[in-house]
Design a protein around this ligand. Structure first.
Ligand SMILES: Cc1cc2nc3c(=O)[nH]c(=O)nc-3n(C[C@H](O)[C@H](O)[C@H](O)COP(=O)(O)OP(=O)(O)OC[C@H]3O[C@@H](n4cnc5c(N)ncnc54)[C@H](O)[C@@H]3O)c2cc1C
Length: 458
């Protein structure tokens, strides 16, 4: 009997969204579960990623709004901030998401927490701190680590990553951010609001290069015009040298080499899957991009599942949780559920917010798809008038039959508004379906109805 052969029914490697959700589902279904974690319980999102950045950005948003209050007749004396207090607020938000609370929850469900790094020594066995643990099934959810590009002298000169950036006790006077994806842009926004002179560089032709071109252009324009940032695309950072207490970043643009002196360098050039865990010993196939799974989250060793950043293709907490749920279902039940990535929402917490779902226009072009698209500028809706917002839009993409397949929104609360289109894409609804749905006046969502009615008329 398999149950007597192994120490556990399931061992989960990693306690982030990708691991913890499946551990809880399996334990509540009566399975004997262990979860291995070398660091803070809960993984990257509550401890180092989503929660610290969003709590700091929330404070930044309030400060920024207060600075702009005068246009609505709101006056204050000297408006200022205290960064150590801001950091204390961030620490409180992190504390409240609660590693300790999490531990109590897991233990109440009978999950054994094993502290340390797990390493496979055979298909059914891992070691943690030299102790061996066996299980009938495994779920690998070991997440990802920073990719640090090969920039000359970077190691010697020093740099920070997101982990240090959320723990600074004051914002740097000047900051060079290498990598203008979602994380780089969120930090650029945060520090520029608190007065840092931000230089934001990316090797690609546009910032937020995974998003539609209109999104990249609008965010770049806002960064340059409203936040006073120096945004540099097609820019390759070559080396970083010391200059007294400061750092000099040398970079190439076209054929010319330039440099800028800054207080600090922040690297946000992407993440690499944590696959150095003895996968060869377990017969689990992987590439440098991550662990390969089938649509049921099963690896090449069928009793071992994987979920989250270590799998991809989207590095978000909600995809990690989704995959973890699928893995748990497929491990526990005969009726398997396949992953469906058609409607994954993506949010970048800027002001205005950026949100998208489904296919981008570039992806449609790459797949040679016949599409229709329409854009509704946010400025035409009543809510924008009442809030004095000029920048932003809703863009929707349909297939040639009018079925919604993609959308991008730049507007206040875009991260909330996107869910209407997420549901529509998930349920294979047409733009006409959304266009004929009554939307409350005056809300940001009205722009969704207008964009959908435009594309439905094509
Ligand atoms: C700055 C920043 C902001 C972010 N903001 C957002 C956001 O707003 N929204 C969003 O959806 N996503 C956001 N993300 C991404 C999100 O944090 C990740 O996608 C998510 O945490 C992935 O969950 P996971 O379970 O796959 O990995 P993780 O949460 O990283 O968990 C993996 C765990 O595995 C452990 N581990 C590693 N090796 C081993 C081993 N050998 N044995 C046992 N355990 C091991 C690690 O210690 C870690 O705790 C952000 C990321 C960053 C960096």
């Amino acid at each position: 009997m398999a149950k007597q052969k192994y120490d556990f029914d399931l061992i989960v490697l990693g306690s982030g969204g990708g691991g913890s959700v499946a551990a809880l589902i399996a334990a509540s279904s009566g399975k004997h579960v262990a979860m291995v974690e070398p660091d803070a319980l809960g993984g990257e999102c509550p401890n180092y990623g989503c929660v610290p950045t969003k709590s700091l950005l929330h404070a930044a948003e309030i400060y920024d709004a207060a600075k702009r209050g005068q246009q609505f007749g709101i006056r204050s004396g000297t408006l200022t901030y205290n960064y150590p207090s801001l950091k204390a607020w961030k620490d409180l938000a992190v504390e409240r998401t609660g590693s300790d609370e999490g531990r109590r929850l897991y233990e109440a469900e009978g999950i054994k927490i094993i502290e340390g790094l797990a390493h496979f020594i055979s298909p059914h066995e891992v070691t943690v701190n030299r102790r061996h643990y066996s299980a009938e099934n495994f779920l690998i959810a070991t997440g990802s680590h920073n990719f640090i590009p090969p920039i000359e002298r970077l190691d010697k000169t020093g740099y920070i990553t997101f982990k240090e950036a959320v723990n600074l006790t004051r914002p740097p006077k000047s900051l060079f951010i290498v990598g203008a994806g979602a994380i780089g842009c969120e930090f650029a926004e945060l520090f520029s609001i608190f007065g840092t002179k931000v230089h934001l560089a990316d090797i690609t032709p546009r910032i937020l290069s995974r998003e539609d071109e209109e999104v990249s252009e609008l965010v770049r324009d806002t960064f340059e015009q409203e936040r006073g940032m120096n945004v540099m695309t097609n820019t390759k950072v070559l080396r970083v040298t010391k200059e007294g207490l400061a750092k000099r970043v040398h970079f190439q643009q076209g054929h010319s080499e330039k440099s800028v002196k800054v207080d600090e360098v922040l690297i946000t050039t992407g993440k690499l899957a944590n696959v150095d865990i003895g996968l060869e010993n377990a017969g689990v196939d992987y590439t440098p991009r991550g662990i390969s799974t089938n649509e049921f989250m099963q690896t090449s060793a069928r009793h071992i599942y994987a979920a989250g950043d270590v799998v991809g293709p989207y590095n978000y907490t909600h995809t990690a949780i989704y995959q973890s749920r699928l893995a748990a279902n497929n491990l526990l039940h005969k009726q398997k559920i396949a992953a469906d990535y058609r409607a994954i929402p993506r949010v970048i917490f800027l002001n205005p917010e950026v949100a998208s779902v489904g296919l981008s226009e570039d992806e449609c072009i790459k797949h040679d798809m016949r599409i229709r698209k329409a854009v509704a500028p946010i400025a035409i809706i009543g809510r924008a008038n009442a809030s004095n917002v000029e920048r932003g839009f809703v863009k929707v993409i349909t297939d040639n039959k009018g079925i919604l397949i993609g959308a991008s929104i730049v507007s206040p609360h875009a991260g909330e508004v996107i869910h209407e289109l997420t549901l529509a894409i998930q349920m294979r609804m047409s733009a006409q379906d959304v266009a004929t749905t009554i939307h409350a006046f005056p809300t940001w969502s009205e722009a969704v109805r207008i964009a959908c009615s435009k594309v439905a008329r094509m």
